[in-house]
Design a protein around this ligand. Sequence first.
Ligand SMILES: Cc1ncc(COP(=O)(O)O)c(C=O)c1O
Length: 466
Amino acid sequence: MTIDDHLGQGRGAPRTGETRRMTGARSTSRDIERYADLFAQRTKVMRSSAMRDLMAITARPEVISLAGGLPDTSTFPPATFAAQMTRIAQESSAEALQYGPTEGFGETKSAIRMVMEAEGMSPDTADIIVTTGGQQALDLIAKTLVDPGDVVICEAPTYPGAVPVFCSYEAETHQVAMDDEGMRIDELEALCDWLDAAGRKPKFIYSVPSFQNPAGVTLSLERRRRLVELARRREVLVVEDNPYGLLRYEGDPVPPLYQLEGGDYVIYVGTLSKILSPGIRIGWAVAPPPVMEKIALGKQATDLCTSTLAQYFALEYFAEGGWRAYIESLCEIYRARRDAMLEALERHFPPQATWTRPGGGLFVWATLPAYIDTSDLLAKALRENVAFVPGAAAYVDGAEGTNSMRLNFSGSTEAEIREGVRRIGAVVSAQVELYETITAEHRLPQPAAPQPGADVVPLRPPHKEE
Ligand SMILES: Cc1ncc(COP(=O)(O)O)c(C=O)c1O
C-alpha cells in the first residue's frame, strides 16, 4: 500500500487536482503516526527554528514584529533592481538560466573576496565556496565534520538558527557563557580541559564574534587572540560566522578571527543577506582545501549549485560599485533604529530588566527577572500584536535563557519600534507587578542603563579570574 492509498483510506481520497501539503499546516499526531515507521532516527532530534515558526504569526499586518532578523529590503532601490535584472535578461539570459559550478562562479568568488577585504581579510578564491545562504554553509560544515555524539561548542546564547543544525547532525552541543566581551575564553579552556580528561575533543567551536545574534555582543580583540591561540594549540577548528561585521554603528573595527589566525584552524562563513538581500540566498564558506573538498561533495548532494540567477544579480550589483555606499546607508538607518529601541527600552521596560547595547548588527538581548518565562510572555505579547524571540530558542536544551528575549531593530520603522517596545514593556511590567503583589517582594531596582563607557550590560557577572 502506498502512502497515498493509506491517506486515501484514512481521510477520504483527495479531490481531483487537490494538492496535499504536509508542511504549510502543522501535522497532527495522527498524521505523524501514519509515517512514523518511515522516519530516519535523526528526525527525532530535529528541532524547528523558533524564528521560522514565529514568522507565520508575525506575517499578519497588525503585528509589530521585533522577532525576525530581517534586514530592511525596502531600502534597495526598485529601479536599480529592475535595471540589473533587465541587463541580465538582455545580455546573459541563457547563462543566467543555466546550472553553474558547485563551488560557485569565479566572478562571484572574486566579489566575495572584495567583501572580505573590506574587513581586512584576503582569502585565496580557491578556498571559497558559494553557498545558498550562510545557513547552508553551517549545515554543510556540520554535515562534513559531525558524527552523532560528536562535541560541538558554541556561545550561550547562540544563533537560534544554528540550534536546528547541530541537532540535525546529532551533535552533543556545549554552550559557553558570554559577558560584555563575548565568549568567556577561560570557561572555554575549562570545558576543553574537561573534555580532554574524558578523552574527547570538540569537532569545532562555533562563534559569531561580531555583533552576535542574538546577544549583540562583540568578542574583544584580546579574547579573539586567545581563541585563535587555543584553536592552534589544541588543534581544534573554529567556525567564525560573520554576517554583521560590516554593519557597525560606532567604534573601531575588530579584526575577524580568520584574519588573526590565517585560515588553518578557522573556517569562515559569510553572507550577502544582511548587506544586500536575504532573498537572493547567497552566502559562502572559506576553508582549508581538504575541508573545502568535502564541503563541496556535501553541496553536490544537497543542491548541485547555488542559484545561477542570484549569482548573476550579485555580480551586476558589485560591478556597479555602489555597494559600500549602500552598506553605509543601511548603517545610518539601523543606527537610528537601534537608538530608538534603546531609548524605548529605557522608557518602557521596568527597572528590573537589563539589556545589551550593541555597537552594530541587528539585535538587542534583554533579560528580565528570573520568575518571568519569556515563552509564556510571548503569548501575552502576541495578544497585544507584538512579537519577539524568546531566549530559550538560543539554547540547545531550551532550559536556559527562559527569562531573556531577542529584539530586532532592523526590520521595523522607528515609530513601530517605539510602539512595539511600549507594548512589550507593558506586558512585562504587568508580570512584575503581579509577581510583586503575590509575593509582596519588592526587589531593589537593578541598573537598566549600562555603565559609562561599557559596550553592553554584562549578560553574566564577570568571572573573578578575568
Ligand atoms: C549568525 C547568523 N548566521 C547565519 C545566518 C543565516 O543567514 P543566511 O542563510 O540568510 O545567509 C544568520 C541569519 O540571520 C545569522 O544571524
